[in-house]
Write a protein that binds this ligand. Sequence first.
Ligand code: GLU
Length: 427
Amino acid sequence: MVAVKSVERPTMECETEHFLMAQRQLDEIALEMGLAPELHERLRYPKRALIVTVPVRMDDGTVKTFTGYRVHHDTTLGPAKGGLRYHPEVNLGEVSCLAMLMTWKCALMGLPYGGAKGGIRVEPWKLSQGELERLTRRYTSEIINLLGPDKDIPAPDMYTNEQTMAWIMDTYSINVGHTVPSVVTGKPVSIGGSYGRHEATGRGVAFCVRRAVEHCGIKTKNPTVVVQGFGNVGAITAKLLHQTDYKIIAVSDVHGGIYNPDGIDIPRLNAYVTEMGKVEGFTGSKPISNSDMLELECDVLVPAALGGQITKANADRLRCKIVVEGANGPTSPEADIILHQRGITVVPDILANAGGVTVSYFEWVQGLMHLFWTEDEVNSRLEQIMGRACDQVFELSAKSGLRPRMAALRIGVSKLAEAKKLRGLYP
Ligand code: GLU
């Protein structure tokens, strides 16, 4: 990995292993593009980070206290934008890392936003709806000074959804005294959400899969796909690809995976999951472990679950031709290099899963204009933006020999560097 000699390294509380991974990516591209050291150093850390204590009255009458975070990595291009996740592994380093990725993602897609992320360290599956609502509302009120349609706009991420956004929007609105739909995106359509937002991340991933397959010259009639994770992103990616000649041969969720070399009937699987709550046991499929699934021979592997799934421990054993990152940070920097050397194309998270934040942007714009678009309009605008970003990344990668991740980063970081230079330093 490239060492940075020109930049001193003060230690910050967010510098966990996870965060250092994001920093190392930035260091590598900063060195490659000759980024000014002052700018590089500034971008290696979040602009601001808030840690809050969130007390919640549980259904049994006791009070439990959770830890919550909201981090703004950068706000040069506009309000801070990014999701909110509920997960037991959430910590300041992870949230800061993901906030940094949001900065690059928004800049790459040409959205007028900075990068943010939030999270609460909690096992959300152990909480009732009432407990989740009280947790969300108290967290919102603890971070309320950061929030606002011109300041910071949360959206769903792991284990948060439209309902979570509705509670945040309501809590914020009650506190300021009037209804402010544009303080969140990814909210239900009936309270100002956008058509197409629910499917947007998966739609963008499926779009990138098709673009990458074309780009890599894969001519198979039914390219095979393995999807790790069957949440909002994985399930919708599988559904949309299944509708267009792709053969989904394996999928998994937290409980386990299933494999069928002849292709899984995704609409029937969706009905099964709605009933059973998991993919395991689906008719006609064999069970498969998470690690075996990642190593199946296929055209496209879509990691759409947790981060850190493809590492130097398994990168040598992957037998796909393309990886399209539905999740944030599923591939470690070392694994990214190994895959590149092995001729496997990796479409990086900041491009592949950017459909979500792109339609979040549409939702925000529609809310501010009070003028709403049809689903077709949303989807065709999404394809335009995703298509342009894919072309830019593939072109730069081909021209420069950079790995697609580094090409994507370079485009994002360059846009930000130019904006920062023009705005100058205050005071
Ligand atoms: N959580 C999603 C992401 O990581 C969406 C963020 C947003 O829509 O603001 O890109």
